[in-house]
Design a protein around this ligand. Structure first.
Ligand code: ATP
Length: 693
């Protein structure tokens, strides 16, 4: 390290030669490059500051952290500098790429246990170091585990790292909703008491499953569903049936990490001593087993991009349909997201019940072979739902009741869980979807893309041209025309207004009817789809923009934040070049209303439903104080009111009990009246007798 620090990496773009693209994240593109004066191959992460919204603090933090890092398992930055509106971060080139890339290229069903143990041991070493330094990484996942040709493993990407020792404003970042949903710990989602480095342990457990299965649990679901499932379901884990190939110690370590109560999770230091790591081997073993025979990183990256482009081109017709565009938006799900009960119900209805089976709903003894694409892991953990699970009184005990029933149950599930959500997480869930800055063109006649093409560094521009040409070749005839659309042309796209109030047609129930739609939402390419994978998303975004072709009206370009980020410490979302300083503590009116409105609407909607039911109940109670005959009719009326929530059902049964007791009292009264009348009669006759005698 000391030797490296002595070498001075130049801070001028002219001193670097960019080669091919080797990776893409949400806000960055990574190139292999040559540092000319030092004659050393490096990786350069090029961040488009315009696309980073107001997260300049985050970027600064990432770069600062990366420069200060001094550990063999943590990727450090050599230097960083800005050029145009791009930030270049120069770092060691990890020629093997990320574990996610390797999985996608050659191990779609995951790695073998010794490989996993070796990878995870190295990652844990990085976490022990970071945690000891007071850092929470907050984005541990296979996409951020990089490997070099000699098998060295480094944990990368400090885009969302937080410092445990921060005070004041920065401390608040730990109450901020960041991370990638599938890997995100429940306490990070819930935002009740903040979180600490144990959040990384959860992500580490999810990463272990990702390495074992080739994808993270719930990765095929849209973000909101992932959030709900993570909060509601028992934690995922390794399944005895499906994961027979893995050892008991592997199952144990995963289970130890994926405990919902962060206090019960072991520290990184303690985990490192777990017997599971007896299976770990040398770095050289990794080179032999997972790197040998792989094409160079740049080629692999291109192949993956082409594969995804193919997928999108093949499904072009789907994307041309406006409704599907909305659906596509929904799948990508962030910027136009609406936190709305109806939408959540619709979402639930979209997911075939076979996919919606919660961990808690599947008996582990079923021994049923699971769909290889099913991302929901671990029936084994499912038998004993955790005590800290959100209450869900109407949770179905099984999903065997057929498709419709499954969907309906799931809707109830969602409703109940929403009802059970304390207000803060409710806001947090809303908050997890950034409202993008005004991309709609209302503020600026140019989109980011247009600006980008104007002032992009010439090296990046020329690489983009080559990339465009290549993608034209790859996309074949159909796509050629579209993919050749220059970015500047696409820039004319009117991005959807990013208010949180979604247009009515966006998630209208009518589009959830057809099976085709379901297929669309659960495509055959499921293993390929990973909502959290930066590469796929970005690729989709571009291709969809292109394939959308003529339809420039809406939904074609939606900017997604790969990590969800909001809340306490975060000020308004503003553009780096928008003239508004980042990190202002006072939210703008529009961002405030965008964050609060959906929650208020949701509450209003629920209130008005409850109000209707109450009016019916009051009417009934008024009627029931009338003649006895009307009681029965009234009771029938009551019973016909669909019981939508358990509270309503409770009220209904109370009313029925009251009716019954009123009926009983009336009968009793009549009996007493009769008795009285008889007594009166008797009394009268006695009196008459007395008078006559
Ligand atoms: N030093 C490196 N050497 C080789 N490849 C790299 C390097 N750094 C990053 N990559 C590749 O580029 C991809 C994107 O990089 P990175 O994750 O840093 O971008 P990001 O915008 O922060 O993405 P994310 O969405 O994960 O936050 C990585 O997944 C990895 O495949």
């Amino acid at each position: 390290m000391a030797r490296m620090a002595e070498r001075k990496f130049p801070v001028d773009a002219k001193d670097y030669k960019l080669y091919e693209e080797v990776g893409e994240g949400v806000s960055a593109t990574v190139y292999r490059a040559l540092c000319i004066p030092l004659n050393e191959v490096v990786a350069i992460k090029v961040l488009d500051l315009e696309k980073c919204n107001n997260d300049l603090d985050g970027i600064r933090r990432e770069v600062q952290t990366m420069c200060l890092i001094d550990h063999p398992n943590v990727l450090r930055a050599y230097c960083s500098f800005t050029t145009g509106h791009h930030l270049w971060v120069v770092m060691p080139y990890m020629a093997g790429g990320s574990c996610l890339h390797i999985i996608k290229t050659a191990y779609p069903d995951g790695f073998e246990e010794p490989v996993i143990a070796t990878l995870l041991r190295e990652v844990l070493k990085a976490l022990v170091y970071l945690h000891a330094q007071g850092h929470i990484h907050r984005d541990v996942k296979a996409g951020n585990i990089l490997i070099d040709t000699n098998g060295t493993i480094k944990l990368a990407d400090f885009g969302v790292a937080a410092c445990m020792f921060d005070t004041g404003d920065r401390q608040r970042s730990r109450n901020t909703f960041v991370g990638t949903p599938c890997w995100m710990a429940p306490e990070v989602m819930q935002q009740l008491h903040g979180y600490d480095f144990k959040a990384d342990i959860w992500s580490f457990g999810i990463t272990a499953l990702e390495l074992a299965h080739g994808h993270a649990p719930f990765s095929k679901y849209p973000p909101m569903k992932v959030l709900l499932m993570t909060l509601q379901n028992a934690p995922p884990g390794l399944d005895y049936e499906r994961d027979k190939r893995f050892s008991k110690s592997f199952r144990e370590i995963v289970a130890a990490c994926l405990v919902k109560d962060p206090k019960k999770r072991p520290s990184s230091e303690k985990l490192l001593k777990h017997p599971f790591f007896k299976h770990a081997k040398s770095n050289e073993y990794l080179t032999r087993t997972i790197l040998e025979g792989l094409p160079p990183l740049g080629d692999r990256f291109r192949m993956l991009k082409a594969k995804e482009a193919d997928f999108l081109v093949q499904n072009k017709s789907l994307y041309e349909d406006k409704e599907h565009l909305s659906q596509q938006e929904y799948i990508r799900g962030i910027s136009a997201w609406n936190f709305n009960l109806e939408d959540l119900k619709n979402q639930a209805a979209l997911i075939p019940d076979s996919d919606v089976v919660s961990n808690a709903d599947v008996p582990s003894t079923s021994g049923k072979p699971r769909d290889g694409n099913n991302d929901i892991a671990s029936p084994s953990e499912s038998q004993s739902p955790e005590p800290d699970r959100l209450p869900s009184p109407d949770r179905p005990s099984s999903n065997s009741g057929g498709h419709m029933e499954g969907s309906i149950n799931d809707i109830h599930d969602l409703e109940d869980s929403l009802a059970a959500f304390p207000m803060k997480p409710l806001q947090a869930l809303k908050g997890c979807f950034d409202v993008c800055e005004d991309d709609s063109g209302t503020g600026s006649p140019h989109s980011n893309d247009a600006i980008q093409s104007d002032i992009e560094h010439p090296q990046v521009q020329s690489l983009r041209k080559v990339e465009n040409l290549e993608s034209r070749k790859d996309d074949g005839e159909n796509a050629g025309q579209n993919s050749s659309l220059p970015r500047a042309a696409v820039a004319g796209h009117k991005k959807p207004f990013s208010s949180s109030l979604m247009q009515d047609n966006v998630l209208s129930p009518k589009k959830f009817l057809g099976d085709g739609d379901r297929e669309y939402l659960q495509p055959k390419y499921t293993p390929e789809r990973n909502h959290s994978g930066p590469l796929q998303y970005r690729q989709k975004k571009e291709i969809v923009s292109n394939t959308a072709g003529d339809d420039l009206s809406e939904g074609a370009v939606v900017q997604r934040k790969g990590r969800f980020k909001v809340t306490a410490g975060d000020g308004p979302i503003n553009s780096f070049f928008g003239g508004v300083s980042g990190g202002s503590p006072i939210p703008s009116h529009s961002s405030l209303s965008a964050s609060i409105l959906p929650s208020l609407q949701c509450i209003l909607q629920q209130n008005s439903m409850q109000r209707e039911e109450l009016i019916k109940l009051i009417k009934y109670v008024e009627q029931s104080s009338g003649p006895v005959e009307s009681v029965e009719t009234g009771a029938n009326d009551i019973l016909q009111i669909p019981a939508t929530t358990s509270r309503e059902r409770e009220l209904q049964s109370q009313v029925i009990q009251l009716q019954q007791s009123v009926g009983g009292l009336v009968e009793e009264l009549q009996r007493q009246k009769l008795k009285n009348a008889q007594l009166e009669k008797k009394l009268n006759s006695v009196l008459k007798k007395d008078e006559s005698s």
